[in-house]
Each structure stands twice: as C-alpha cells, then as structure tokens.
Design a binder for this molecule. Structure first.
Ligand SMILES: [Zn+2]
Length: 249
C-alpha cells in the first residue's frame, strides 16, 4: 500500500489507482456544500466525480510519460487535495521534464475539447433546456482550466515548480537545481499560508503545509544526492592512480 488508508479501486495499463479513505469524507462535505447550484443535487455528486476524473487523467499523463522514458510508475493515489502519481523517471533532465510536463499537457489537450462542447451546448440553448447538464459542463470546463493554471504555478512540488527544476537541471545539474527549487518551495509555502489566512481557507492552509513538507523533503534529497556524489568522487579518486607530479625544472 503506497499510503496508509488508501484503497485499491482499479488497475489500468499496469498502474494501480488508489483512493484515500478521507476522500469520501471530504466528498460528502463538498457535495452538500455546492448541491444548491443544481435543481437535482445528484449533479453535484457527478461534478465532484468529474473533477477527480480530470485529475486522474492528469496523473495518468505523468505515469504513462514516465514509463515512456523507461522510468517506474505503477501507482496513483487520489486524495482530497487531488492526485499523486508516484513516478520515478531515469535521472536525466529530459526524462524528468517529460514525466512532469505530460500531466498539465493532458489539461491543455482537454481545454479545446471542453470549450467546443460548452460552445455547442450554448448554441443549442441547453442553458434553458437542460440547465443542470449545462451547469455541469460549464463547471467541468472551469475545473480543467483551474487545474491547468494551478498546476503551472512555479512552486515546487507543484508541476510548474518541478518543470522549473527540470529546466534548471539542464543548466546547473541535479543537485543545485533541486536545492533552488526547494528554496522556491519554502517561499511559495509561506505565500500559500498568507493566502490561506487572507481567504480563511482550510484547504489552502493544508496545501501550504503540504508544499512546505515537500520542499523540506526536496532539500533533504538534494543534500543526500550531494553526499552520494562526493562519496563517488572520493571512491573514484582512491581507485585511479595518483597523478604523476610534473618534473621540476
Ligand atoms: Zn501533475
């Protein structure tokens, strides 16, 4: 089990999809909170499921792209804050960048499809004919656009922050890029915390905490990478013969 309290819901293309039990609690709270938007409240439940459907497609984008680069990706967990694809791309900046960028790319692809669908429904006057369905389609359109925008915020560990790290990796290598991204993550966590206070949002608060914890993990991982590379350098120095001193003239 990748996470305590996560239940296996299905398996697709060798990727196991888990749902954390807290999802049901938050789903029940959220659905009752926005049920008033619909004449028939069942649409509020469908809306919440559609949100996680879009999140799941995004996570599959990460997982399948990671596989394509020869990396490991066999688990996706959905929880109240969204989804996590456990991906382990090979240690190359190109493979890393593709594994991260493929997630938001799914939302980019969905954007014109949802836009076209909403446009057609508007032309067909479904706003008055089938108001609930129309509201549902419009909300899914907004959710996809929102997910795309949110994920591209360049704060590690959000996708935008990881893309930034991948780009830095090309310039300054894996260790310094991860350190830089983690520092940006710490700064971002503080901004998210302030945003949470200003909006009095528990969710933004939890998110700020999550970003902080992940930035801390990133910083530690960078330190470990640095120790490993020092060890390797030392071992190589011990194996290779000492350099022959140049003759003094
Ligand atoms: Zn993502």
């Amino acid at each position: 089990m990748p996470m305590k309290g996560a239940l296996l819901i299905f398996r697709l293309a060798g990727i196991r999809v888990y749902l954390h039990f807290t999802w049901f609690i938050v789903a029940a709270l959220e659905v009752t909170r926005f049920a008033h938007r619909y004449q028939n409240p069942i649409w509020a439940a469908l809306e919440y499921c559609a949100l996680f459907g879009v999140v799941l497609m995004h996570e599959f984008g990460h997982a399948l792209a990671c596989r394509q680069t020869g990396g490991q990706a066999d688990t996706i967990v959905l929880w109240p804050l969204g989804g996590i694809a456990f991906v382990k791309p090979p240690a190359r900046p190109g493979a890393y960048l593709w594994s991260i960028a493929a997630g938001p790319l799914v939302n980019v692809v969905l954007f014109p499809l949802f836009t076209l669908f909403a446009f057609v429904l508007t032309k067909l006057h479904w706003k008055t004919v089938h108001p609930d369905f129309y509201q549902f389609v419009l909300t899914v359109w907004f959710m996809n656009a929102g997910l795309l925008f949110f994920n591209l915020i360049p704060v590690y560990p959000l996708d935008g922050g990881q893309i930034l790290r991948g780009l830095l990796w090309l310039k300054v290598g894996p260790i310094r890029s991860l350190k830089a991204a983690s520092i940006i993550g710490f700064g971002g966590a503080i901004l998210f915390a302030l945003w949470a206070i200003a909006w009095r949002s528990i969710w933004l608060g939890i998110l700020a905490f999550f970003i902080f914890a992940q930035a801390q993990a990133g910083w530690r991982a960078a330190q470990n990478l640095a120790i490993e590379s020092e060890d390797t350098a030392r071992r190589e120095a011990a194996i290779s013969p000492p350099p022959i001193p140049e003759q003094q003239r």
